[in-house]
Design a protein around this ligand. Structure first.
Ligand code: A2P
Length: 273
């Protein structure tokens, strides 16, 4: 029996399932701060995606069903689907989504897509995944994909947030990845996590753009400066960060890639309500 058959909406008579949509169950919810939470849902047996992609999710609700794009934070082999979400005060979806409990129904479109996939990059030595805020979500997926360690010598994930508490999801996910039965051994050897805050005092402070430009990132992780000869970059986070980093990378000779034309770096804004 597929998860689709096993997980019909609780109130399916009231809110009929839209076309091309799965109805899944919430398995767990973890709140990190008053702005951030993670949740895991059942995975439909027929749902296929590439690590790093996003999908539209929504809640059965009154009126027109509301869907928003969410990066899938779990890897493509996982039996469950994980999401990492911001809570936007008054946000049409997250206002309701932040109240979900295990057993509730979540709607998920059947088709995923996105550019933060290894297929959109040409082969190289190191993979950098640069994120701010919830932009770490697609990288939580890619860092748990064995292909990342087959394709690259080093996999570097950077995460910048305003406050220390907002870094916890990244720390937890990296720790889980290093303990994982499938990728743990390789991740322990190859995965580098570089976390910074910009507003609250922490061990490493500063915007990632500045830390790349002034050489702090390279020095801290013990690798040469970012270079298109050896490095590939995925970027996800605030629009301002993406735009600034794109300028920095292009000045160093990096070319933007896409699924249809793989190249040196790919970008996607972190989705918000
Ligand atoms: P800052 O505190 O200096 O604005 P947000 O929570 O607003 O999405 O921001 C997440 C992180 O992204 C914050 O640490 C923020 O730093 C950082 N950020 C915002 N704009 C830029 C930018 N243009 N370049 C680099 N980092 C940025």
């Amino acid at each position: 029996m597929s998860a689709l058959e096993s997980a019909q909406p609780l109130n399916s008579d009231e809110f009929p399932l839209p076309k091309a949509t799965f109805a899944e169950k919430v398995i767990s919810v973890e709140h990190y701060t008053d702005r951030l939470f993670k949740f895991r849902i059942t995975r439909p047996a027929s749902f296929r995606f590439r690590s790093g992609e996003f999908v539209m999710i929504g809640l059965p609700s009154e009126g027109k069903p509301l869907f928003r794009a969410y990066s899938i934070a779990s890897p493509s082999w996982d039996e469950e689907i994980e999401f990492f979400s911001i809570k936007v005060p008054g946000g049409p979806l997250t206002e309701h989504l932040q109240k979900i409990q295990p057993g509730d129904t979540i709607w998920m479109r059947q088709k995923s897509t996105g550019t933060l996939v290894m297929d959109a990059l040409t082969p190289a030595k190191n993979l950098y995944m640069i994120s701010t805020g919830t932009g770490i979500a697609p990288f939580a997926s890619v860092m748990r994909d064995p292909e990342a360690y087959e394709n690259y010598d080093k996999v570097i994930v950077t995460h910048t947030t305003r406050d220390v508490a907002e870094l916890k999801y990244g720390y937890d996910t990296v720790a889980l990845t290093k303990e994982d039965l499938l990728v743990g051994e390789e991740a322990t050897e190859k995965l580098i996590h570089f976390a910074t805050t910009t507003r609250e005092e922490s061990d490493q402070m500063g915007r990632i753009t500045n830390l790349i430009e002034d050489g702090t990132l390279a020095k801290s992780i013990g690798l040469p400066d970012l270079n298109p000869e050896t490095d590939r970059v995925m970027i996800c986070g605030s629009m301002a960060m993406i735009n600034d980093l794109k300028v920095i990378l292009e000045a160093r000779g990096f070319e933007e890639g896409a699924n249809s034309k793989p190249a040196d770096f790919v970008i996607e804004r972190a989705f918000v309500d």
